[in-house]
Design a protein around this ligand. Structure first.
Ligand code: KIV
Length: 278
């Protein structure tokens, strides 16, 4: 049976740490799902790690829906969250609602994520009222990168820290089922986690969160541009792939691949007839 938002709430109630991972394609989603990861995020980070944009800002609804459908096809058990792209929920609550609905109806996701706290509370409330589970995202919100002045740790001044706590509480009151805390000092993330009833999911927010999320390409060593401080590389697949590709080219050039083992045989008599030597 597929993981539900009630299961995610239960993790917090039981004090059980849990994991969310991003995925952007069918094959990776299958592996992540088979590994038992309960929450899979089709993050708009796909703009950077899959599509090669220099931020998440150019990502469109069509790109997100395309990848969300692929990930859902790969996930039998995990709850799949579609990440709403920049400017698809900011102009009006109605537009946010329509685009959230597209993730469910056309993308086949089970929930959506959007960036922003208090200022997005009304949109979150309406989307939840319509039956669509919403995950919040506060702290470093990459869609506001120009406003924030770069990929910087958030909540370091007393005012900013107090606002982050208010943001998390506003999201809880609006009905969000969980909230991502990105690049927030670990002591503040721990405090927010204690003060809200919904699970917090940290990335660069320390061990005090209820759950953790990583960008799958970062943790697998598959994104060559940079490794964020908060990412841990559990594998270096980029190096493995580079070596495999080099080996393949070397073998083709030297004639050691393909062998007959990797080819298909034909009836010898038919071949002789074709060649006119029968
Ligand atoms: O887009 C993304 O991958 C995200 C995670 C970093 C939480 O928003």
């Amino acid at each position: 049976m597929r993981v539900s938002i009630a299961d995610i709430r239960t993790f917090k109630q039981k004090g059980e740490k849990f994991v969310m991972l991003t995925a952007y394609d069918y094959s990776t989603a299958r592996i992540v799902d088979e590994a038992g990861i309960p929450l899979v995020l089709v993050g708009d980070s796909l703009g950077m790690v899959v599509l090669g944009y220099d931020s998440t800002i150019p990502v469109t609804m069509e790109e997100m829906l395309h990848h969300t459908r692929a990930v859902v096809r790969g996930c039998k058990r995990a709850l799949v969250v579609g990440d709403m792209p920049f400017m698809t929920y900011h102009v009006s609550v109605g537009e946010g609602l329509r685009n959230a609905a597209r993730f469910i109806q056309e993308g086949n996701a089970q929930a959506v994520k959007l960036e922003g706290g208090e200022r997005m509370a009304e949109t979150v409330r309406r989307v939840v009222e319509c039956g669509i589970p919403v995950m919040g995202h506060i702290g470093l919100t990459p869609q506001s990168i120009h406003q924030l002045g770069g990929f910087k740790v958030q909540g370091r001044t007393p005012e900013a820290a107090a606002q982050l706590l208010k943001d998390a509480q506003a999201l809880e009151q609006a009905g969000a089922f969980a909230v991502v805390l990105e690049s927030v000092p670990f002591s503040l993330a721990r405090l927010i986690t204690q003060k809200v009833g919904i699970p917090t999911i940290g990335i660069g927010a320390g061990p005090g969160c209820d759950g953790q999320v990583q960008v799958v390409n970062d943790m697998l060593g598959l994104f060559p541009d940079f490794v964020p401080r908060h990412a841990k590389q559990y594998a270096r697949l980029g190096d493995i792939i580079r070596q495999a590709v080099t080996d393949y080219a070397t073998e083709v050039k030297s004639g050691t691949f393909p062998t007959e083992k990797h080819s298909y045989a034909m009836d010898e008599a038919l071949l002789a007839e074709l060649a006119g030597t029968a």
